[in-house]
Design a protein around this ligand. Structure first.
Ligand SMILES: [Zn+2]
Length: 327
């Protein structure tokens, strides 16, 4: 029996967390929630509940070209219909832009203007024989070419060993990325004037006291960049856990672009249509008797806590085996 299974519905959404755990779900308002986004939301919600922590909701609406009118309102409504209750006020990144400006100023000595268009970057990769690479070739690192104007602002990544970032993923274990060879100097403020995701997410996670980030594995690749920004800005590094992403039949990540459908059609049964399939995807065994939202969440929270505990025990066991094999 899990220690979390006795958690009552009333005690799971405290205004302040006695455990120091603060998690969050941070959807972009580019359309209604689909099963893929629900899986990420569910994982972060269950992890917060299992830790008796807080769960915040942040709307990541900085890409004004992709925002869809009213999508944020629909997302909030769907979460409520699912019985997922967030703590405190919802925040919108579009209302927090002075914070990002401040962070950019703080990084001034490591940031430089870049005049490159997408095509110029692709061309210089081609010339360097690394056409398939996603790495910025560093064209503007030593200053803009004469007659060129700044389009974006890039952060200089370290060279050599200082570029290698390591972090522990609670599910996937030790992760390593060499920012110099795998990422290159990355954009903090985009050519269209919008704040880049990497900067905003780091600033907000710290400002909101996020201790645990639980999100989709499509963002695993961003984590080292975020660790580097945390280091430069003197911000704490949260714990990370990345859950698998849901793919469609063609093996593409579910998204609005790949035609993912809203799971909330207004009057359908979200327990059957959305919550149980998302829990199944996360490998959670839900008792057939959990036939209402409260019972589902109690059941799912216990199952999540048990799964995490088993996983940690397995990892500790593996570490122990490795240590035994060393002379
Ligand atoms: Zn450039």
């Amino acid at each position: 029996m899990s220690v979390f299974s006795s958690t009552s519905a009333a005690s799971v959404t405290p205004v302040t967390s006695s455990t120091g755990y603060t998690g969050r779900f941070a959807p972009s308002p580019t359309g209604p929630l689909h099963l893929g986004s629900l899986v990420a939301a569910m994982a972060s919600y269950l992890d917060a509940r299992a830790h008796q922590g807080r769960w915040l909701l942040r709307i990541e609406d900085l890409d004004f070209d992709r925002n869809v009118a009213d999508a944020d309102r629909h997302i909030l409504h769907s979460l409520q219909r699912c019985g997922m209750h967030w703590d405190g006020e919802v925040s919108w990144q579009s209302q927090r832009q002075p914070l990002y400006e401040q962070a950019l100023e703080q990084l001034a000595t490591q940031v430089y203007p870049c005049s490159c268009s997408r095509k110029e970057i692709a061309d210089s990769r081609l010339r360097a024989g690394v056409a398939a690479s996603q790495v910025y070739p560093g064209t503007c690192r030593t200053g803009l070419a004469p007659g060129k104007t700044a389009r974006a602002w890039r952060l200089r990544v370290p060279d050599g060993e200082a570029a290698v970032f390591q972090f522990e993923d609670r599910l996937l274990g030790a992760q390593t990325q060499d920012l110099a060879s795998e990422v290159g100097d990355f954009v903090l403020k985009r050519a269209d004037g919008f704040w880049a995701y990497q900067l905003a997410v780091v600033v907000d996670d710290a400002a909101q006291g996020i201790s645990h980030v639980v999100r989709g594995a499509d963002l695993l690749d961003s984590t080292a960049r975020q660790c580097y920004l945390q280091q430069l800005l003197g911000l704490p590094r949260p714990a990370y856990l990345h859950v698998p992403v849901v793919n469609n039949a063609d093996g593409e990540k579910l998204s609005k672009q790949t035609g993912a459908l809203a799971f909330d059609r207004g009057d359908n049964d979200l327990l059957q249509d959305a919550l149980l399939p998302a829990a199944r995807f996360l490998g959670l065994h839900i008792s057939p008797s959990a036939n209402n939202l409260n019972a589902f969440w109690d059941n799912a929270t216990a199952a999540w806590a048990q799964q995490i505990a088993l996983h940690q025990a397995h990892q500790a066991d593996q570490l122990h085996q490795q240590q035994k094999q060393q002379p």
